[in-house]
Design a protein around this ligand. Structure first.
Ligand code: 5RP
Length: 262
C-alpha cells in the first residue's frame, strides 16, 4: 500500500472492503456516493472481475455510475431494478440509533430513494463519523431552484421553533455559482450544531414547499461498518442487536491503490 494513503483513507477502505463481503451473486445493489463509497465500488469491481460475481448496480450519482462502469459493474436504472437487495453507502455522521446525516457530496436525494428501496442499507464509515448527537455536520437540504431564496427564508423561519442549537443557513456553491445536484436542484446547508429531535426536524423540513428532501436518514440504516486506520472493523447490526469485530489485512493491489478515493 502506498505510503501516501492516510489513516482516514485506510479506515474508509477497510470498512468498504468488509462491506463488499455482504454482496452475493445475483444481487441488485445500490451504490453510494463519496470517497468511502468510491472505495467500495472499486472493491466490488475487483470481486466482479476476479471472482465472476454477477451483480447489477443502481448508482446514487452520475460520478458513481461512471466509476462503477469503469471497474466493470453493470449499471441499471432503479426503475429497471424495481427493488434492491442491498445498498452500501457512506455517511457524514451517524449516531447510536444509526440515524444519519448524509448529503455532504450532494447526492442525498438519490441516496435516500435508493436506500429506502432496499431490503438492507449498510453504512460504511471511519470512526470519526460517529457522534453522540447529530448536527455538527451542516444538514443538507435539497431545494428546487425556482424561488430558492424564499424557500431558504422559510427554512430559517421554521428553524426558530425547532430544537436546534444553531440556525444559520448557506447556499452550497461550486466556485462562485450554486452547486447543482444530479437532479438539477440547489442545496441549502443548515448549520445547526446540535439537533435535539431529529425525527421532528426531518418531518417538518419536508413540509416546506420548494424543499425536495433533507439529509436526515431516520430508521433507514440497518448495519454500520466502522473502519480504523489499522484495519480493525466493527460491525453493528441494529436489527439483530449485535456488534462484531473483525480485521482487514491491507494487501497492496495495483488496481485499488493506483487511484485514491474521491
Ligand atoms: C454524499 C454522501 C456521502 O456518503 C457522505 O458525504 C460521506 O462522504 P465521504 O465518504 O467522502 O466521507 O452523503 O452525498
Amino acid at each position: 500500500m502506498p505510503a501516501e494513503l492516510s489513516p482516514i483513507d485506510k479506515a474508509k477502505f477497510a470498512a468498504a472492503r468488509r462491506a463488499v463481503e455482504f454482496v452475493e451473486d445475483g444481487m441488485r445493489v445500490g451504490l453510494g456516493t463519496g470517497s468511502t463509497a468510491a472505495w467500495m465500488v472499486r472493491c466490488l469491481g475487483d470481486v466482479v472481475r476476479e471472482e465472476g460475481l454477477r451483480i447489477r448496480g443502481v448508482a446514487t450519482s452520475a460520478r458513481t455510475a461512471d466509476l462503477a462502469r469503469q471497474v466493470g459493474i453493470e449499471i441499471i436504472d432503479l426503475d429497471e431494478a424495481k427493488w434492491l437487495d442491498l445498498t452500501i453507502d457512506g455517511t457524514d455522521e451517524f449516531d447510536q440509533q444509526m440515524n444519519l446525516i448524509k448529503g455532504g457530496g450532494g447526492a442525498l436525494l438519490r441516496e435516500k430513494i435508493v436506500a429506502t428501496a432496499s431490503d438492507q442499507m449498510i453504512v460504511i464509515a471511519d470512526a470519526a463519523k460517529e457522534v453522540a448527537q447529530l448536527g455538527a455536520f451542516p444538514l443538507p437540504v435539497e431545494v428546487i431552484p425556482f424561488g430558492w431564496q424564499t424557500t431558504r427564508a422559510l427554512l430559517e423561519e421554521t428553524l426558530v421553533s425547532m430544537d436546534v442549537l444553531g440556525r444559520t443557513t448557506s447556499l452550497r456553491l461550486n466556485g462562485d455559482k450554486p452547486f447543482v445536484t444530479d437532479e438539477g436542484n440547489f442545496i441549502v446547508d443548515l448549520h445547526l450544531s446540535r439537533i435535539g429531535n431529529v425525527r421532528q426536524l426531518a418531518l417538518v423540513l419536508n413540509q416546506i414547499p420548494g424543499v425536495v428532501e433533507n439529509g436526515l436518514f431516520i430508521d433507514i440504516c440497518d448495519v454500520v461498518i466502522i473502519g480504523q486506520g489499522d484495519g480493525r472493523i466493527e460491525i453493528r447490526d441494529i436489527n439483530k442487536g449485535t456488534v462484531e469485530h473483525d480485521r482487514i489485512e491491507f494487501v497492496e493491489s495495483e488496481n485499488l491503490f493506483s487511484e485514491m478515493g474521491e
